[in-house]
Write a protein that binds this ligand. Structure first.
Ligand code: SF4
Ligand code: SF4
Length: 448
């Protein structure tokens, strides 16, 4: 099998310290995962992944069991959706998000029995193609937040791949869901990694963990000691260490070419909970129907890492954890890259790893002042971009300058906004600039 020709793999001894030190606020990290009881209803949107939305496979009043297929499409880029409960389909209807988008959803009322679909059985896997086929029907997507269908990420030309990286950085403040996975279910993480290495023939895997998680580092290192293909790579705790291109550069010294992918430079990168779910699914055959989320924020009465049924409305989760005050801002995901949510009926979907609720502190809108040319946004950008220059170019619709400034490389980490003393809305501007540049480039290609 051929391997990456850009140079032999050598884990780096030191990493470049771009990005920022952010208060971690991971007080839930040392608490054992708790389990939420069945909610009153489950809402399963048909778009819980990057790609084409599924089509509902059940009708109103149908009975479903745990693991029954409820969403599927024959479209290439998608991932099936399964019922996390047994019960009755109450509705198949459109739901609306705070972003203005809407989606079809299957609404299920649990019957409390939790009977399991009789088709559930461990998949038969004999080689890499059958592994991909099994994962294609597992409901597993990138669980760190990306939501990219996992089977599709695996379905790549392996000839060039020499490193299967596992992302356990979890660099966003507050979130400790991946950390709990590493300390509570290291066996399934390693089972997932070993299966992927065995069937793919990729020679090594590195589990990449920030140095503020010593217990996870020690545990995984000792449990992987009997397999010399697997090791732990320790990263400094610095945001956004977990961004894919940042982790790749810091672990392997390689950079993804502009417009390219990690596979172009010999690497695959999977979130650590995603790997664990692959390991578990191969053992019990139950598709992804539950996930752990960190519930925190200054108005959450009982912050915790909570395993919830996918499709549980966020309002029910906040009621379960208790609120000390009316939330002024509710965030799905982490505080740096998450999205604000105003609809309390919206459900947790499979790629969500956090639910944060903030009170008055979040209601204060920072006053924006003029740029003082301190260069902090440039010095700290992990992608070595110049956010203030990109913002200026975007405001004057200068496509050539946006291209020159490589706005498309932004990983939307929010570091530039965080460090700016003038409170300029840099991350938002760069995100818009990136979308604008891509749209203009598509138009130009269409004209060519
Ligand atoms: S420009 Fe993008 S990648 Fe750079 S700091 Fe801002 S949000 Fe992060
Ligand atoms: S960090 Fe803010 S104030 Fe400093 S150069 Fe960038 S935009 Fe200007």
């Amino acid at each position: 099998m051929g391997r990456f020709e850009g140079g032999a793999f050598r884990p780096r001894r030191s990493v470049e310290l771009r990005g920022v030190s952010i208060p971690h606020k991971k007080e839930t990290a040392q608490q054992q995962t708790t389990y939420m009881p069945l909610p009153k209803q489950i809402i399963l949107p048909m778009q819980q992944h990057v790609g084409v939305a599924c089509e509902p496979q059940v009708k109103r009043r149908a009975h479903v069991d745990v693991g029954t297929l409820v969403g599927h499409t024959e479209a290439f880029m998608s991932e099936d959706i399964f019922s996390p409960v047994s019960g009755t389909v109450k509705d198949v209807r459109a739901i609306h998000y705070s972003s203005g988008k809407s989606d079809m959803a299957v609404v299920i009322e649990p019957d409390g029995e939790q009977t399991v679909d009789e088709a559930i059985a461990p998949p038969e896997v004999t080689d890499y193609m059958s592994l991909i086929e099994a994962v294609k029907h597992s409901g597993i997507v990138g669980l760190g937040g990306a939501g990219f269908p996992t089977w599709l990420k695996m379905d790549t030309d392996l000839a060039n791949i020499d490193s299967w990286l596992v992302n356990g950085a979890e660099c966003e403040p507050y979130l400790s869901s991946d950390y709990r996975e590493m300390v509570e279910r290291p066996q399934t993480i390693l089972a997932g990694i070993k299966a992927c290495l065995d069937y793919s023939g990729v020679p090594r895997s590195l589990i990449c963990i920030e140095d503020n998680k010593p217990q996870a580092i020690e545990l995984l290192r000792s449990m992987a000691a009997d397999d010399d293909r697997i090791d732990v790579f320790v990263l400094p705790a610095r945001y956004p260490q977990g961004a894919s291109r940042v982790i790749l550069r810091n672990v392997t010294g390689r950079s993804v070419p502009r417009g390219g992918h990690l596979t172009d430079v010999g690497a695959l990168l999977f979130n650590v909970t995603t790997m664990s779910e692959i390991g578990r699914f191969l053992q019990d055959g139950m598709p992804l129907t539950k996930r752990r989320i960190t519930v925190m924020g200054d108005v959450v009465e009982r912050p915790q890492n909570l395993e919830v049924f996918i499709g549980t409305p966020i309002g029910e989760i906040l009621d379960y954890c208790g609120l000390t005050d009316e939330p002024r801002r509710v965030v799905i995901g982490g505080p740096m890259m998450g999205s604000t949510q105003v609809e309390m009926d919206s459900p947790i979907v499979r790629q969500n790893s956090g639910l944060l609720a903030f009170g008055e502190s979040a209601a204060v809108v920072p006053q924006t002042t003029a740029c003082i040319k301190c260069s902090a946004c440039i010095d700290n950008c992990p992608m070595r971009l110049a956010p203030i220059d990109i913002q200026k170019a975007y405001r004057r619709d200068d496509v050539a300058a946006l291209d020159r400034l490589m706005a498309d490389l932004c990983v939307e980490c929010g570091t530039c906004s965080y460090v700016c003393p003038a409170k300029q809305p840099l991350a938002q501007s760069v995100r818009l600039a990136r979308a604008y540049l891509r749209a203009e480039q598509r138009k130009a290609r269409g004209r060519a």
